[in-house]
Design a protein around this ligand. Structure first.
Ligand code: HEM
Length: 407
């Protein structure tokens, strides 16, 4: 069933988040690359995991990741400047954004074990691509247990990813146990290990920690890269907004990378990001399964029914957004007339919303503020506008942009 009534969507996501969730089919499709991590967990498991994970994305802990974001962006800006120096003017910006967000999540999750983290995530990306091809392979009940070449490849990649992850985790555990260190570390992995120990399990569930590490990479880097890519496309195509945002960034940050405290003052950038998430929500569909009979308004939803929430359609509904629904108009987010959590749901809503929302927005603002104060950008004549949904909403042929250094 496709649920389009926004009042009912809000009710489902806020009131029935524990008796609806991810279907068995979804869990099977992703189990090799994210396992039983938060994104695919249900019921009590989900509740327990969310409470372990959530503190790592809040308050001072969240703020502590800003340094990784600034440093990785500085490296990317330097490499772009070098390429411009040797004569390059056009860039497929999506590639750069994907590399940058992968870099940031590797550093945030694994800090000193960053190089190994990058290797893990490379293998995980290959594994994910392989799993996405499952429909091309022989498929009948039980076929996933056959020792086919395809199944063996998946199994060996999965084992390699887990071996590398376990090496990092074990070395942190050893340091604590022999007294060389009093905590598991300040990066995301360290937070998870510390939280899990605080929550009373003396015997850490290492499989779950590995699954969460994989989940953050999977859920966090492609989505944020797409947000950045679409926003760069919109800014490159709308020079007046580009100038306005640049002027505000300059006024607030004075040419330096933004501090966490300055981010809330970048109101125009915030409006542009929201408008980008409205027009091109990276997660364009929210799938749910009813685990019990649910009564939503006058609707009776029987147990076992699959429910789709069409985020993209809601974000493009003329009745909600007005006649300029398909146009880029960040001003609509200047007033409070839209209803977050009901009409605007790029991060879903309710208890099961995106746990990394604040992380993603902080990351997007830092990167865009740094790019806009270093370069001016225009859309290339080679850009072909073709958004496609393949799990997330992507530009089919990439986003080609001309970059020009500002000084
Ligand atoms: C622009 C960037 C992002 C967008 C648009 C986005 C969107 C979403 C959406 C729509 C959901 C709900 C999915 C569903 O339940 O079907 C979700 C869940 C989730 N996201 Fe994000 N996300 C983004 C960035 C991130 C980042 C940076 C992280 C972590 C570092 C992250 C981690 C997660 C996790 C773990 C969940 C599962 C939460 C739960 O089920 O309790 N996301 N995200």
């Amino acid at each position: 069933m496709c649920l389009t009534e926004t009042e009912l969507i809000k009710e489902l996501l806020s009131k029935y988040s524990t008796i609806s969730g991810k279907s068995w089919l979804q869990q099977q499709g992703s189990k090799h690359f994210i396992g039983r991590g938060l994104l695919m967990a249900n019921g009590d498991d989900w509740y327990h995991q969310r409470h372990i994970v959530a503190p790592a994305f809040m308050g001072d802990k969240l703020k502590s990741y800003a340094g990784y974001m600034v440093n990785c962006t500085k490296e990317m800006v330097t490499s772009l400047e070098k390429e411009i120096e040797i004569g390059r003017t056009e860039f497929e910006i999506g590639e750069y954004m994907a590399r940058l967000t992968a870099d940031i999540i590797s550093r945030t999750e694994f800090d000193s074990n960053y190089e190994k983290g990058k290797q893990i995530f490379h293998l995980l990306t290959v594994l994910q691509q392989l799993c996405a091809q499952s429909s091309r392979h022989l498929c009948f009940p039980g076929s996933r247990f056959l020792p086919s070449k395809y199944n063996r490849e998946i199994k060996s990649l999965k084992m390699e990813v887990e071996r590398l992850l376990m090496e990092i985790i074990q070395s942190r555990k050893d340091c604590v146990e022999i007294g060389r260190s009093s905590s598991y570390g300040n990066d995301l992995l360290g937070m998870l290990l510390n939280e899990m120990q605080k929550k009373g399990s003396s015997n850490l569930n290492l499989q779950l920690i590995m699954d969460e590490c994989k989940t953050f990479f999977f859920a966090g880097h492609d989505t944020t890269a797409l947000l950045l890519t679409w926003t760069m496309m919109l800014l490159a195509s709308n020079p007046s907004w580009q100038q306005k945002v640049r002027a505000q960034v300059k006024e607030v940050c004075g040419g330096a990378p933004p501090s966490v405290e300055q981010l809330s003052k970048l109101t125009l950038l915030n409006m542009v990001i929201n408008e980008s998430l409205r027009l091109y929500p990276p997660a364009s569909l929210l799938p749910r399964m009813a685990f019990e009979d649910i009564k939503l308004g006058d609707l009776h939803i029987p147990k076992g029914l699959s429910i789709w929430i069409p985020v993209l359609a809601i974000h493009h509904n003329e009745e909600i957004w007005g006649q300029d629904v398909n146009e880029f108009n960040p001003d609509r987010f200047g007033s409070k007339s839209f209803a977050p959590g009901r009409h605007f749901i790029p991060f879903a809503a309710g208890p099961r919303n995106c746990v990394g929302q604040a992380f993603a927005l902080m990351e997007a603002k830092i990167i865009l503020a740094m790019l806009i104060s270093k370069f001016s950008f225009t859309i290339s004549e080679n850009y072909r506008h073709a958004p496609v949904v393949v799990l997330t909403m992507k530009p089919k042929y990439g986003v080609q942009i001309h970059l020009k250094p500002l000084d």
